[in-house]
Design a protein around this ligand. Structure first.
Ligand code: C2E
Ligand code: MG
Ligand code: MG
Length: 599
């Protein structure tokens, strides 16, 4: 375990001591003994000592107090210091030739004594150092809750420590570092949480060893994220390599789990500590999912993005008020029935920003998920969508079910079901009209909670499509119990299957999974006729993509509805799976789960 006093040291940082003695010769002796290890300030009487101590209260590590001084003697000064909240915790060593005074000083709060005439320099140094260490240990023990699992500091203490460190080392350049484990949940899912804990302990221990050597400290921020604060100049890539060895011990079993790091170098100390680590987190997120790059650095590009994000957050309220968010509609087609037929649509949001122009949801949805604003945004989109569906029924006499995206953040809100039901009621709609898309990664991040919520929604009659399937790394055991009504194959599988050298095997597997769950498959991002035909032959039920139509503003989408509506009653088709099973399909054993999914 990290010895606490290591942490206040750095290669060139020095602690500050106050020496109060009225005699020049004593001050000079102490100066010569201490000045190479400490920063020193001097006072010539008790009153001056008190003033100096108050001035330097935030950075003062120790006071050496002579007892016999003019104006205010040492005893009086000590009493005043102990009565002063700001000074009470600064250790005081009393220097005296009067052995009788020792007991008295102890009772009023001196930490140690040095006798006069002074002992050997090494003794003075040792006592000073020990008094500082004991005091810092005490402060740390009082304030810290260590993380039980790893023995590292917890987040609150870590931030406080970083602030304190900065006060002692104003001129020292520091780095803020975040270390995340990619796909850590695999380990828990496959091997159980006790094993996962062991992995975390190992990683934490490696990081601690490496960073404490560099004069820094480490904490576990939460789950599988660690933070380090250390003097600039450390070889972070090397540290990451060492910590990665802690994962490698699992061999192939850990193949899909690796570490990534974000570094904010030479932090701007005028920023709050938390903000510095936000920047490190941005850097880490910039290499998320990449095998090739595991260390991300906060740089000018990320800084611009941060400013851009700040603007988006600042402008959000006005955007809702002024209805700058626009809902567009992208049709989904049934591709199993002769020529493709429009059967439903997806509502997607755009931001028509007054100065930035059209901003795509990829730029703001993840951001608003981080700070919870997405809930307000989604409610806005759902309400707009409901109004539109109701209008189409009324004005165009078509019933087209529209799916809306439901963020994982929405799924944590226990009032979500009633909020959705009330939106439907406002427009006289039912759960057949509004479908819900939930991204697969939401399921894998907090499976139990999400699955419970999805069950509740389905009990109310809502149909739930699992969006972006294939990117969320669901485990097979989880898939078999998923409460869903359709799978949407993520578009990356479609594009990579049909690029040069690609093949459709992954798509076939996903279709098999959908068969097993007895739910239809929707392909996203279908851009060409050849793709559409191939997907149809593989047994894919529905398709959505630029080949059919880009997401359309409401006016154009209505024109499309009128055109398609004139071609038949397909738009009134219900959502229940109604696809021909392609001949190549293996027949799979159905179990209770698929019965449930069918009902
Ligand atoms: P998503 O739900 O998977 O939506 C599909 C995305 O693919 C849309 O991007 C759509 O415009 C795009 N797309 C459709 N067909 C094609 C194609 O053939 N080729 C290509 N390259 N792209 C195609 P968009 O509108 O930029 O949305 C991105 C993501 O933002 C959505 O992914 C969804 O996760 C999120 N999103 C969009 N609107 C909302 C919303 O109202 N609420 C929430 N929570 N998320 C939303
Ligand atoms: Mg979607
Ligand atoms: Mg999608």
């Amino acid at each position: 375990m990290l010895k606490s006093h290591e942490k206040f040291h750095s290669k060139n940082g020095k602690r500050l001591l106050l020496i109060a003695d009225d005699e020049l010769v004593n001050r000079e002796i102490l100066r010569s003994v201490l000045e190479s290890d400490y920063e020193l300030v001097f006072a010539e009487d008790g009153a001056e000592a008190l003033r100096e101590a108050r001035r330097a209260k935030d950075v003062l590590s120790l006071i050496m107090l002579d007892l016999m001084m003019p104006v205010m003697d040492g005893i009086e000064a000590l009493r005043a210091m102990r009565a002063d909240e700001d000074l009470a915790s600064i250790p005081v060593i009393v220097a005296t030739s009067d052995q009788e005074a020792e007991v008295k000083c102890l009772t009023i709060g001196a930490n140690d004594f040095i006798s006069k005439p002074y002992p050997r320099p090494s003794v003075i140094l040792a006592r000073v150092q020990r008094a500082i260490e004991l005091n810092e240990d005490r402060l740390i023990i009082n304030s810290t809750e260590r993380d039980e699992l790893t023995g590292l500091y917890n987040r609150e203490f870590f931030y406080r420590y970083a602030e304190q460190f900065d006060r002692h080392h104003t001129d020292l350049a520091m780095d803020a570092v975040i270390v995340d484990i990619n796909h850590f949940h695999h380990i828990n899912e496959r091997f159980g949480s006790a094993y996962g804990d062991e992995v975390l302990r190992r990683v934490g221990e490696r990081l601690r060893a490496s960073y404490s050597q560099a004069g820094g400290i480490v904490c576990r921020r939460e789950a599988d994220t660690f933070m380090a604060y250390c003097p600039h100049g450390n070889d972070h890539a090397r540290t990451l390599e060492q910590a990665s060895e802690a994962i490698a011990y699992g061999g192939d079993a850990h193949a899909r789990m690796w570490l990534r790091m974000g570094v904010y170098e030479d932090v701007d100390k005028s920023l709050e500590v938390e903000r510095r680590f936000d920047r490190a987190q941005m850097a880490s997120d910039s290499v998320r999912g990449s095998f090739a790059r595991t260390v991300g650095t906060y740089d000018a590009t990320l800084h611009e993005r941060e400013l851009f994000h700040e603007q988006l957050i600042d402008d959000f309220d006005a955007a809702i008020r002024e209805r700058q968010f626009i809902v567009v509609f992208q049709p989904k087609y049934d591709i199993q029935s002769g020529s493709p037929v429009l059967v439903s649509a997806e509502a997607l949001v755009r931001w028509d920003h007054p100065t930035l122009g059209m901003v795509s949801p990829g730029d703001f949805v993840p951001l608003f998920e981080e700070n919870g604003l997405v809930q307000q945004l989604d409610t806005y989109v759902w309400r707009e969508t409901c109004h539109r569906i109701a209008r189409w029924k009324e004005r165009l006499a078509v019933s087209v079910p529209v799916s809306v995206n439901v963020s994982r953040v929405d799924m944590y809100d226990p009032h979500l079901p009633e909020a959705l039901v009330s939106l439907l009621e406002d427009d006289g709609l039912t759960t057949d009209d509004l479908l819900l898309e939930i991204t697969e990664s939401a399921y894998t991040q907090d499976a139990d909670q999400i699955i419970t919520m999805v069950r509740g929604l389905r009990d109310l009659g809502f149909k739930v499509e699992m969006d972006d399937f294939g990117t969320g790394y669901s485990s097979l055991s989880m898939i078999s119990t998923l409460p869903i009504d359709a799978l949407k194959i993520d578009m990356q599988f479609v594009s990579s299957a049909f690029e040069e050298g690609g093949d459709t095997r992954l798509i076939e597997i996903i279709i098999d999974i959908a068969d097993y769950l007895n739910v239809p498959v929707i392909a996203e991002g279908v851009e060409t006729k050849a793709q559409m035909l191939a997907l149809r032959d593989l047994g894919c039920d529905r398709a959505q993509g630029y080949y059919f139509s880009k997401p359309l503003p409401v006016g154009l989408f209505e024109e499309l509805l009128v055109q398609e509506g004139s071609q038949g009653a397909a738009l009134r088709a219900s959502f229940t799976p109604s696809r021909a099973i392609a001949p190549r399909r293996r027949s799979l054993v159905r179990n209770d789960v698929s019965e449930e999914a069918r009902s």
